[in-house]
Write a protein that binds this ligand. Structure first.
Ligand SMILES: [Zn+2]
Length: 355
């Protein structure tokens, strides 16, 4: 994908989309705009994923038109959203413009995988995410991005991720925030007890993972800050910089007994090494449960920190990875000191510490 994008290969248009972290814009592979540095690019399979990861469409290559020019009325609608994403276009506004809201809904669902209202919400969320990444507080971001209130923002967020806003402040909650990384933005969650979530924002299972987490912990998920998230952000920076080989942070691990035993076993795999699924099954004292171990491995909700990327097939091939095999390769290469593209080489060899 990187080769196709850097080469501007139009035959990949509509196959994948590229987000440029530094600008917050997503493009089709053939975009003629100046190509960004490769380490600032991430890839998405649909405009929906790119939008909900906080990107807005490029005005030059118009990635939403990748499967052909949209009809005029859709083009006008997209332009209108683009001109002022913070403005709420309601059904009455659509009718006034001679557009049947149901038709808009159907067109967007068919071509972009989301309804028109979801697209508008994603655009507002994208703006808010961008501002938060730039250092704005949740309430500043909410108002600058056109949300009428912080609670409106929380609720839009909850709708996007299939959870209800819950009652912030009353009980413990999972604070959710975004952490930029060389392998794309991560969504991180923590309660007052510790970190309970670290996932790639474009992961297909993200919504399911968030719903499971909410059910398991029985507390609402809300965008916000939390001291463990600050610690995690700092330690991830060191990890990607090649200077940290173990995370020193409390984890909130909740799953079935079997899943928890697998996740705890993962924490014992040393930095820079990889085990087979069979090694892992042996470690938990259940050597025939290779397949179940693989499934539990894939259900890990705290990526990188609980190093499920260190489990590979017995023949040494990479095997699967919820965040995409390229990320698994990137993390393993990083840990083996084999030059992750954007991570500077550590000044001295990392000192191995026990987890
Ligand atoms: Zn573009």
């Amino acid at each position: 994908m990187r080769r196709a994008f850097l080469g501007g290969d139009a035959s990949y248009d509509g196959v994948f989309y590229t987000g440029v972290r530094t600008t917050g814009i997503f493009c089709r592979p053939s975009c003629r705009a100046r190509k960004p540095r490769p380490e600032n690019v991430e890839f998405f399979s649909t405009p929906r994923e790119a939008s909900f990861s906080g990107y807005r469409p490029c005005k030059r290559c118009r990635p939403l038109d990748a499967d052909g020019h949209p009809p005029d009325w859709v083009g006008r609608l997209l332009e209108r959203v683009d001109a002022d994403p913070a403005f709420r276009i309601r059904a009455a506004d659509l009718r006034a413009a001679g557009i049947d809201p149901a038709r808009a809904r159907r067109y967007f669902l068919k071509h972009y995988g989301m309804t028109f209202q979801a697209y508008c919400r994603a655009r507002r969320l994208a703006n808010a995410f961008h501002l938060i990444r730039e250092g704005a507080t949740v309430s500043e971001a909410a108002s600058d991005a056109g949300f009428e209130s912080e609670s409106g923002f929380r609720s839009a967020f909850a709708q996007a991720f299939g959870t209800s806003p819950g009652e912030a402040g009353k009980h413990d909650a999972v604070a959710l925030d975004w952490i930029a990384s060389p392998v794309g933005p991560l969504i991180a969650g923590a309660t007052t007890e510790g970190v309970c979530l670290l996932e790639f924002t474009d992961r297909r299972m993200l919504e399911t993972q968030l719903a499971t987490l909410r059910r398991r912990l029985g507390v609402p998920l809300i965008p916000g800050r939390n001291r463990w998230l600050d610690v995690l952000r700092k330690q991830l920076g060191e990890y990607f910089g090649g200077t940290r080989v173990a995370f020193d942070i409390p984890l909130v691990i909740r799953g079935t007994d079997f899943q928890e035993s697998v996740w705890r076993a993962l924490l014992t795999i040393p930095y820079g090494e990889s085990w087979s699924y069979r090694d892992l099954a042996r470690r938990i004292g259940n050597p025939t449960a290779v397949r179940a171990v693989g499934t539990a491995n894939g259900m890990n909700r705290i990526a990188i920190v609980i190093p499920c990327h260190r489990v590979v097939n017995v023949d040494g091939r990479l095997g699967g990875y919820g965040g995409g095999v390229w990320r698994k390769q990137f993390l393993l290469d990083l840990e083996r000191g084999q030059g992750a593209i954007s991570a500077p080489a550590p000044a001295s060899p990392p000192v191995r510490r026990s987890a």
